[in-house]
Design a protein around this ligand. Structure first.
Ligand code: ACO
Length: 427
């Protein structure tokens, strides 16, 4: 046996194998712990638990590093397209020209959705949140497009269907929520431009896709494409481990992403900035509230479970915000407010001591606003970007011969055995 850790318990010493990743990350393998010692481990919120080994994404929170399949996200944001990055994540390496062409053709071919889906959309109550709609509709896709899972080529078909149709469905839900005519996908447009066109084109006001916005969306989606074992990805893997179909697993991921502590933070950040602006009380009041343990208020868009340095994605998005607003000659008071709030927080001892830096969601809402995306659609934009990551992680888990049904244990702290009391004898 190579290197081990020793655990002494009840007078006996047990040797636990050490597993080392390709970037030198180390873990104690406790998979035999209960069988050998009767003990389990307790790690609420899984902050210290590796749930799998993975070859997809590497992140180092202390140094602010994020790489997909080894390639720094900064390089992908500068040189790649979202479609190429999706291929990289799902297939493990960058495509050659022929592979990329084939992938793009498959995406175009799969971009239409079944017309009957419109009936579902039109029956959601008007105020339904788009994330709830998207999660339900992705689950419903399974009934329209049965999953084929026998050959690699057939899996490709399901995967491209999801990547392409979710984008169409997101735009469609926006149009239908406004009572507008649905705009169909156009094969002559790139993945990002096509989405913007489906969102904003209309018979009375034809939409001209702005290259800067299409480029900004491309970078936004690349930066969101994967983030290893976060809450929604873990949900996809966990739900998928029961061998449910891919649509259902992705639907679970969308539901998990919706939460304001996770992907829903991009919506919460803009709402928080609007509240701060409208209150006229200045940021210090909010910074003080965020520091108060007795106040549930937190600065949305600050802090991260893994990053204890500046989130590398936030750096790129912040720079992109400036570029987009300057090019479009838009002045957004919320961007100025965000920058001032960041400056105040980063100088504050509490934020420094707690390693609280802006995360990806802090500035992303400003870019989405500049594109004209309504605030309640922000998390849907995140979900479209995260699809390749969820799919890659699901695929990896399905191909892993050691992958098992996810079934954590617990330490029970409820009542000891107690007898049933008939209702007439209860106090
Ligand atoms: N504002 C003020 N204090 C904060 C914040 C914040 N945004 N985030 C963490 N803290 C404080 C906590 O109060 C706690 O303080 P204490 O140790 O003195 O009690 C300490 O920092 C650690 O916080 P935890 O909640 O234990 O850290 P955890 O890793 O569980 O939380 C999380 C990470 C949920 C992202 C948290 O930082 C947060 O709520 N941020 C705001 C929501 C947000 O922006 N979420 C998006 C994250 S990125 C993404 O998922 C895409």
């Amino acid at each position: 046996m190579s290197e081990t850790a020793k655990l002494t318990y009840a007078g006996q010493t047990y040797e636990l194998p050490i597993i080392e990743g390709s970037e030198g990350e180390r873990a104690v393998d406790i998979s035999r712990l209960r069988a050998d010692t009767g003990l389990i481990t307790l790690d609420i919120g899984y902050g210290n638990t590796g749930s799998c080994t993975s070859t997809i994404t590497f992140m180092n929170g202390e140094e602010g590093i994020l790489r997909y399949r080894g390639i720094p996200v900064e390089q992908l944001a500068e040189h790649s397209s979202f479609v190429e990055t999706a291929y990289l994540l799902i297939h493990g390496e960058l495509p050659n020209q022929k592979e990329l062409n084939r992938f793009s053709i498959l995406l175009n071919d799969a971009s239409l959705v079944h017309e009957d889906l419109k009936i579902f959309y039109s029956n959601f109550p008007r105020l339904s949140h788009p994330m709830g709609i998207l999660s339900s509709m992705v689950n419903a896709l399974r009934s329209f497009y049965p999953e084929l899972q026998t050959l690699e080529e057939e899996i490709d078909m399901t995967v491209t269907r999801l990547l392409s149709k979710v984008r169409t469905m997101a735009a469609m839900s926006y149009k239908m929520s406004r009572g507008h005519t649905v705009v169909y996908p156009r094969p002559d447009l790139s993945y990002c431009a096509n989405f913007l066109n489906m969102m904003f084109d209309s018979p009375v006001r034809p939409y001209e896709v702005d290259d800067v916005l299409a480029e900004a969306l491309n970078i936004f989606w690349i930066l969101h494409a994967d983030h290893e074992q976060n809450c929604s990805t873990s949900a996809v893997r966990m739900v998928g481990s029961g061998r449910v179909n891919l649509y259902a697993a992705i639907s679970a991921g969308i539901a998990a992403l919706w939460g304001p502590l996770h992907g829903g933070a991009n919506q919460s950040v803009v709402e928080m900035l609007q509240d701060i602006d409208a209150s006229g009380r200045g940021f210090q009041h909010y910074v003080d509230r965020a520091k108060d343990r007795n106040d549930p208020f937190r600065l949305m868009g600050f802090g991260h479970r893994v990053y204890k340095a500046y989130d590398p994605r936030a750096k790129i998005i912040k720079a992109m915000c400036d570029r987009v607003l300057a090019k479009l000659k838009i002045s957004d008071p919320l961007l100025d407010l965000a920058k001032e709030l960041e400056a105040v927080a980063l100088k504050d001892a509490y934020f420094i001591d707690h390693n609280l830096y802006p995360n990806v969601d802090f500035y992303s809402g400003i870019i989405l606003r500049a594109m004209g995306i309504p605030t309640n659609m922000f998390t849907v934009m995140f979900a479209i970007g995260r699809l390749p990551g969820w799919i890659a992680q699901w695929k990896e888990s399905m191909d892993d011969p050691n992958w098992r049904l996810c079934r954590p244990r617990q330490i029970y702290t409820g009542p000891r055995e107690t007898n049933y009391v008939p209702i007439e004898e209860r106090p």
